[in-house]
Design a protein around this ligand. Structure first.
Ligand SMILES: NC(=O)c1ccc[n+]([C@@H]2O[C@H](COP(=O)([O-])OP(=O)(O)OC[C@H]3O[C@@H](n4cnc5c(N)ncnc54)[C@H](OP(=O)(O)O)[C@@H]3O)[C@@H](O)[C@H]2O)c1
Length: 305
């Protein structure tokens, strides 16, 4: 497993991360097998959120591993806060409370990374700044980032927050390429030219913010998996033929496609299946050619002007 250079921090992180959104209903021994498989494959970065399984994902993660300081030190633990029932909340009080909850459930004294989960329309960046400074000076959070935020939202935070914004977690997969399409189709009268994110891809590259693609195997918003799906015949034919060339599975190619982007992204895989964790990790040894990257992009139904 290759490690990724993440700007503005000293995290030595695997280039693939395991997301723990879907583990809440798993049996503890299965969670243990999943996480230990990931660790054995070289994944040292685990993504959580206070809201996953209503807190049960974090709690069962720690319980399944019988979390202890020795194991904790081998991991980079990231969690997120700000999503509440029928509201988003980036108030100082909520951020501080949410982190206390995550620390308790994860049985740890500190988070390596805290992300603000989804933009709060009522955000007061001065409050976020206060919360981040308290969390950092108390040693409870080492690094900070955001999720699902556009450039202006990040700029607003950056005006007040002293810490660097290290990550932005965003939806991106072979079949969800809005942030890539807009750049390819600039000024064209086609759907692909619609900029839905304020140019977030180039912004993150300019500001050395590492993008963490979420749902790398899903199409739509959790509509299902595009691999081996008859709705995407051309794409699957293409992915399978490239997979055969490299001697890996289609799962590996879906991740290799994200890793091939020069923004040096860190995909967050959400599988609960140890075999698919291994298949995903095969991507770390593969560099798709430029031609292959574009062939997959086009096979997903995209067009070049
Ligand atoms: N920041 C945000 O707003 C946000 C939003 C969503 C997710 N996330 C993070 O991103 C992580 C990944 O998200 P995700 O779980 O939606 O992503 P994902 O990895 O694209 O999807 C995982 C799901 O797809 C299934 N799957 C994957 N490959 C498959 C295949 N070849 N055939 C059949 N099923 C397959 C998995 O089933 P199996 O478990 O059976 O393999 C699992 O149910 C989450 O865990 C979370 O940490 C962040």
């Amino acid at each position: 497993m290759k490690h990724i250079k993440i700007a503005n921090c000293d995290l030595d992180a695997s280039e693939i991360s395991l997301g723990c959104m879907r583990i809440a209903d798993m049996a503890l021994p299965d969670i243990s097998t999943l996480i230990h498989t990931a660790l054995d494959e070289g994944i040292n970065f685990f993504d959580h959120a206070d809201v996953y399984g209503g807190g049960r994902s974090e709690a069962k993660f720690a319980e399944a591993l019988d979390m202890n300081p020795r194991l904790r030190e081998k991991m980079i633990l990231q969690s997120k806060c700000g999503i509440c029932r029928d509201a988003y909340d980036f108030s100082k009080e909520h951020i501080l409370e949410a982190v206390e909850g995550s620390l308790k459930r994860l049985r740890t004294d500190y988070l390596d990374v805290l992300l603000l989960h989804r933009p709060d329309a009522l955000v007061e960046p001065e409050e976020v700044a206060e919360a981040f400074t308290i969390l950092q000076s108390d040693g409870k959070v080492r690094y900070f980032g955001v999720s699902n935020q556009n450039p202006m939202q990040i700029e607003l935070l950056r005006r007040y927050v002293k810490q660097k914004i290290v990550f932005n977690q965003l939806q991106l997969s072979i079949t969800n390429t809005g942030m890539i399409n807009a750049g390819i189709n600039v000024n064209m009268e086609v759907d692909g030219s619609v900029d839905r994110d304020g140019g977030i891809l180039d912004y993150c590259r300019l500001k050395d913010i590492t993008i963490q693609p979420w749902s790398p195997f899903q199409y739509g918003f959790f509509q299902g998996v595009f691999l081996d799906n008859e709705k995407f015949p051309e794409l699957n034919q293409k992915v399978n033929s490239i997979a055969a060339k490299y001697g890996v599975t289609n799962t590996g190619i879906a991740i290799a496609w994200l890793l091939r982007h020069p923004a040096h992204m860190q995909p967050i895989i959400g599988t609960t299946n140890p075999k698919r964790v291994k298949d995903s990790c095969q991507a770390s040894g593969i560099t798709l050619t430029r031609q292959e990257w574009y062939e997959i992009y086009l096979a997903a139904g995209n067009k070049l002007p």
